[in-house]
Write a protein that binds this ligand. Structure first.
Ligand code: PEP
Ligand code: MG
Length: 902
């Protein structure tokens, strides 16, 4: 019967049955434990309950049919293999019950160790451990504590409190000083706490313990902190977690036992070597929680050379096998090494580039694969500024550079305060002795994290690296006093609200605000740092990978730039032209008055005067840009201001006029202005008289701009340069609008350009849904389309782009209506579909139609992949994002099997 169910729905896999490619089903931890088992590495035996079982449980609130029987069968086989029975009074098998989702979520879900211990088996365990009663009672109290907190929601502080009491009674501060009797007493105290909160005795039946622990791990998928972490890391909410049931091995059996965490390369810098932390006589959780200070892994060579050498051999083997940086957790039980976990390790942005380059050199991966090992978000992070330390800045402490970056801010000591101050717009540094998963909110809100304990693998370090947040951990010169809201260091006291600066690369801590300087990577992009001369492994790796991305990509990358200066920067960053020059930005400042006159005037003469005054100013703007972009296309968009941005505010004007009238002043002019502003007032300016509509309503406006563009192009060409203007009409919804503008523009262009050889293209933005849906018609009149995905999103969703993100998007994100704002990353299903339809129908009508995008999405990594898949010719984004878009366009072009690391 059980066998029949197994065939139908297989919910449980022995480690020997899985492999590393089954992460969807077995989670990352389970899949990799299986892989290591099959490689013949020393993995304690066990089995994995699938994510499908978890999803079924979460959907129905009960274990799916067949699961219990399968667990029974696998448990029996585990017991047979180990020659022990779960919780046997004389020689108990104990198991750990660990979560493990597809993507690593460090510390966010639950684990219960030592399942199988009870009042009787604790005695057997002591006997089997050579009469080590202390060890057995310590393991039992840990089980009650973890089980109580995780499975039965007993407040953790109550256990902590009882532990502190026991230590106080013994006159010590270290749990290592508690003897077997103390711990036996503590078990009694814990049981009372358990009974008080749950109304029942601590379960003595091992199988019941196991089932309840499995259920608690399933449920921890939806724990608040896990939900928050997923949202932050953009991990889908419906994956569920697998549960690993693993035979316990003990690192807390004495000085010849211990536990550790290691990386096959430095996850902060990418440097080759062995990096890790080791803690003798401890269980795994003690290392990651940063509760006791660890020793460097290298010290293990002295402590236990045989295990050390074996570990190094395994690490080299894993790197070769996974062809990537691996991180591992291991335990040594009385001189015997056990592998508890491995995975492709999280790393900093800098390490990602450096390691990808190294792996190519080592022949483990090719350059296409190297491109997949990095991403645009990491590159963006490397472009952040760094501290400028040529001044008198003395560091006051040095910890571990756990996650790079430079962060200054006001010191806070609690997660709640971090959130509060950040909401007021303050930069804050969260300072803790160590962080735990409950600090996640504060870590998200803070600019940086500083801890006095823990190494590169502590919770703070791992989580901060994952988020790309600056972190210094283990700065043990700092004495943190959370209740008093202060820390002391180097004879000084730093209180909440004081400013500190932390350097996540060097691990140094400074008092006050340290000024910042541009990153090396930016200097490389700007051309002031030659990659061949740089003795910086990072710059060389970035150069190599960018060169490959540029060679591989099919999408060109342009920039959105409105000034010569921006154009020059964009070009240095690798822009292949300008995809959007917003001309309304050229009408601000002291030109504003002319525009106001232009819009409000009712007489032809006044209007012509205003236009005549604007023409040379505009022409000079374009000359400057064409010169900088010599030989490259420049898309100039005709003016598209929402009217209200150019008119004086109605309410203010009305008040001014009323006050002046009251005083009996002559306000005829102001009254006329007020009447005009009233006339033109719009309830929905974003849907009002803007873009092509304005051009069709105000005679001569577009004509002036077209003339300025053509004249500038001719001037630059006559100087010996090469100007390639593309005139773009905004907000077109119907082909007739475009045809009208185009007819007038062509006449002017023909007249200005003459025989100069200048060629001017005329095209349109596709940013009104109707334009996308009638793209076939519009393409008849357009030489190019550029998707204005900002407006397309605004009008596609009906979301006012100026209002909604602050107003209610938080609720939509909370409800999972979307995982990220559609203004940030293209909504593929809806707005993206409009883009696809327009691209297809436009090209069908005019095969040579040039297609680009110039909305904010042009620089968003995810969206770049979409635009590649739609077959656009280019993306255009702000100058600073040009390198990111180049990289992502390259990645999109070599989209094959990427590594699944997050
Ligand atoms: C757009 O709408 O996407 C666009 C680029 O135009 P703007 O942001 O200037 O409205
Ligand atoms: Mg627009």
């Amino acid at each position: 019967m059980a066998a029949q169910e197994t065939v139908d729905h297989k919910y449980v896999y022995d480690f020997a049955e899985g492999n590393k490619d089954l992460k969807d089903l077995l989670g990352g931890k389970g899949a990799n434990l299986a892989e290591m088992t099959n490689l013949g590495l020393p993995v304690p035996p066990g089995f994995t309950i699938t994510t499908e079982a978890c999803k079924a449980y979460l959907a129905t609130g009960r274990e799916p049919d067949g699961l219990a029987g399968q667990i029974e069968a696998h448990l029996e086989s585990l017991e047979r293999g180990m020659g022990r029975r779960l919780g046997d009074p004389h020689d108990p098998l104990l198991v750990s019950v660990r979560s493990g989702a597809k993507f690593s979520m460090p510390g966010m879900m639950e684990t219960v160790l030592n399942v199988g211990l009870n009042d009787r088996s604790v005695v057997g365990l002591a006997a089997q451990a050579g009469g080590n009663e202390r060890f057995a009672w310590d393991s039992y109290r840990r089980l009650i504590q973890m089980f109580g907190k995780t499975v039965c929601e007993v407040p953790g502080e109550e256990f902590e409190h009882a532990l502190d009491e026991a230590k106080r009674a013994r006159g010590t501060t270290s749990d290592l000083d508690l003897d077997a009797d103390d711990l036996r007493g503590l078990v009694d105290a814990y049981k009372k706490i358990f009974l008080k909160h749950t109304g029942r005795d601590f379960p003595q039946e091992p199988r019941e313990q196991l089932d309840l622990a499995i259920r608690a791990v399933f449920e921890s998928w939806n724990a608040e902190r896990a939900v928050l972490y997923r949202r932050q890391e953009r991990i889908p909410a419906d994956l569920g977690t697998a549960v690993n049931v693993v035979a316990m091995v003990f690192g807390n059996l004495g000085p010849d036992s211990g536990t550790g965490v290691a990386f096959t390369r430095d996850p902060a810098s990418g440097a080759q070597g062995i990096y890790g932390d080791y803690l003798a006589n401890a269980q795994g959780e003690d290392v990651v929680a940063g509760i006791r200070n660890t020793v460097p892994l290298q010290d293990l060579e002295r402590l236990d050379k045989r295990s050390y050498d074996e570990l190094l051999g395994i690490m080299a083997r894993l790197e070769g096998h996974y062809r990537d940086l691996c991180d591992i957790e291991f335990t040594i039980e009385r001189g015997k090494l056990w592998m508890l976990q491995t995975r492709v390790g999280k790393r900093t942005a800098a390490a990602a580039f450096v390691i990808a380059g190294q792996l190519v050199d080592e022949g483990l991966i090719d350059l296409d694969e190297a491109l997949h090992r990095v991403n645009g978000a990491q590159l963006a992070q490397l472009m952040f500024p760094r501290f400028q330390l040529d001044h008198d800045f003395e560091s006051v402490a040095k910890g571990v550079g756990a996650s790079p970056g430079a962060a200054s801010g006001k010191v806070v000591f609690t997660s709640a305060r971090a959130v509060e101050l950040a909401a007021e717009g303050e930069a804050v540094i969260l300072v803790r002795r160590e962080t735990n998963p409950d600090d996640l909110n504060g870590m998200i809100a803070a600019k940086g994290i500083l801890t006095s304990r823990g190494g590169k693998t502590s919770h703070a370090a791992v989580v901060a690296r994952g988020m790309g947040k600056t972190c210094v951990s283990g700065a043990d010169e700092i004495d943190v006093n959370v209740p008093a809201k202060r820390f002391s260091v180097a004879g000084q006291t730093v209180s909440e609200g004081d400013v500190v600066s932390i350097d996540g690369t060097t691990g140094k801590v400074y008092l006050g605000e340290v000024p910042v300087m541009p990153s090396e990577v930016v200097r490389y992009f700007e051309g002031t740092l030659d990659p061949d001369e740089a003795d910086d492994a990072l710059v060389r790796a970035v150069h190599r990978i960018m060169t490959h991305a540029d060679a591989a990509r099919r999408l060109a990358v342009r920039a959105n730039a409105d000034t010569g200066e921006d154009a020059a920067r964009a070009r240095r960053f690798g822009a292949q032209g300008i995809g959007l020059c917003r001309t309304e930005h050229m009408f601000l400042g002291d030109r504003r008055e002319l525009v106001e006159r232009l819009i409000l005037t009712r007489t032809d003469t006044e209007r012509s005067d205003a236009l005549a005054a604007l023409l040379p100013l505009q022409r000079d703007d374009f000359v400057e840009i064409f010169r900088e972009m010599d030989g490259l296309p420049v898309t100039v968009r005709l003016i598209d201001p929402p009217l209200h941005e150019f008119l004086p505010p109605l309410e203010q004007l009305a008040v001014d006029v009323a006050v002046a009238q009251e005083r009996g002043e002559d306000v005829a002019k102001e009254e006329a202005l007020l009447a005009a502003v009233r006339r033109m007032h719009e309830e929905n300016p974003m849907l009002g008289l803007r873009g092509v509509r304005l051009g069709l309503v105000i005679p001569g406006l577009f004509a002036m701009q077209v003339r300025a563009i053509a004249e500038a192009a001719v001037r630059v060409t006559r100087e010996g340069g090469s100007a390639c203007p593309e005139i773009m009409v905004p907000l077109v919804g119907a082909v007739q609008e475009l045809e009208t503008v185009r007819a007038e523009a062509e006449k002017i262009i023909a007249e200005v350009v003459g025989d100069s050889g200048v060629e001017v293209l005329i095209g349109t933005m596709i940013e009104v849904p109707r334009a996308a849906l009638t793209a076939g018609q519009i393409a008849e009149a357009a030489q190019f389309f550029s998707f204005g995905t900002n407006d397309l999103t605004q009008m596609g969703w009906g979301f006012s782009r100026d209002d909604v993100e602050g107003a209610f998007f938080w609720r939509y994100l909370e409800l999972g209506i979307f995982g990220i704002s559609p203004f940030e990353s293209i909504d593929r299903d809806g707005v993206g579909r409009l883009v696809r339809i327009a691209a297809e129908e436009g090209r069908a009508a005019r095969p040579e139609l040039k297609l680009g995008v110039c909305g904010e999405h042009g620089g968003d990594p995810e969206s770049v992949h979409f635009f590649h898949s739609v077959g656009l010719d280019y993306v255009s984004c702000s100058p600073f994002r040009v390198p990111v878009a180049r990289l992502e366009a390259g990645r999109a072009a070599v989209e094959t099997v990427g590594s699944d690391s997050r």
